[in-house]
Write a protein that binds this ligand. Structure first.
Ligand SMILES: NC(=O)c1ccc[n+]([C@@H]2O[C@H](COP(=O)([O-])OP(=O)(O)OC[C@H]3O[C@@H](n4cnc5c(N)ncnc54)[C@H](OP(=O)(O)O)[C@@H]3O)[C@@H](O)[C@H]2O)c1
Length: 175
């Protein structure tokens, strides 16, 4: 797939297990203290592009960010959501939202889930990855990356404490 053109960088934010599982369509597969506030801070003031299934798993629009939801259902809508039906329209909606207010950060967050990460993979500029030291069952996964295309620019290991889960915070940038 050829990369989509975008005036602002596209950055995927994802928490992925060792087996690349990101979700099972039902419940959260892990709880990492501090990760949700970190994702909140990292995405605030930015437009989020997500699939309809991810939106429904969250169940509400996330405040302080545009909630741009991709669906092929022409009549689907939800309060506080910008509904789009193509990847190109998702990018245009995100650019318009950024341009409407000078305080907004000029970066588009690709927020998942598996279908959306796969669809936007060739267009991503960077990936903010939480690598979780688990291998749960689940049907949504983050796509395999070609190592020639990505450079790891940062990795912070967080050891498990008090029976918790260890994880790495990783930043990948397109080579
Ligand atoms: N761990 C993480 O960081 C993370 C992040 C996000 C999500 N998740 C998990 O991922 C799972 C959901 O992922 P998923 O792969 O099942 O679904 P998804 O990517 O969230 O959504 C898929 C839906 O998006 C719409 N869609 C996809 N491509 C489209 C296109 N090109 N044009 C228009 N609409 C399009 C379709 O909606 P319609 O069916 O309505 O047409 C499709 O069914 C959940 O378990 C969630 O919790 C995990």
């Amino acid at each position: 797939m050829t990369a989509l053109s975008s005036r602002y960088p596209l950055v995927a934010v994802v928490a992925m297990a060792k087996n690349r599982v990101i979700g099972d369509g039902q419940q959260l597969l892990w709880h990492i203290p501090g990760d949700l506030p970190r994702v909140k801070a990292f995405t605030m003031g930015r437009p989020l592009v997500m699939g309809r299934r991810t939106y429904q798993s969250i169940g509400r629009p996330l405040p302080g960010r545009a909630n741009i939801v991709l669906t092929r259902q022409k009549d689907w809508q939800a309060d506080g959501v910008i509904t789009v039906h193509s990847m190109e329209d998702a990018i245009l909606a995100a650019e318009d939202w950024i341009d409407a207010d000078a305080d907004r950060t000029k970066e588009i967050i690709i927020f998942g889930g598996g279908d959306i990460y796969a669809a936007f993979l060739t267009s991503l500029h960077a990936i903010d990855l939480t690598e979780v030291d688990l291998a749960p069952e689940g049907d949504a996964t983050f796509p395999a990356l070609n190592p020639d295309e990505w450079t790891e620019v940062r990795r912070q290991h967080h050891a498990a404490t008090d029976g918790g889960i260890s994880f790495d915070l990783v930043r990948l940038e397109r080579s």
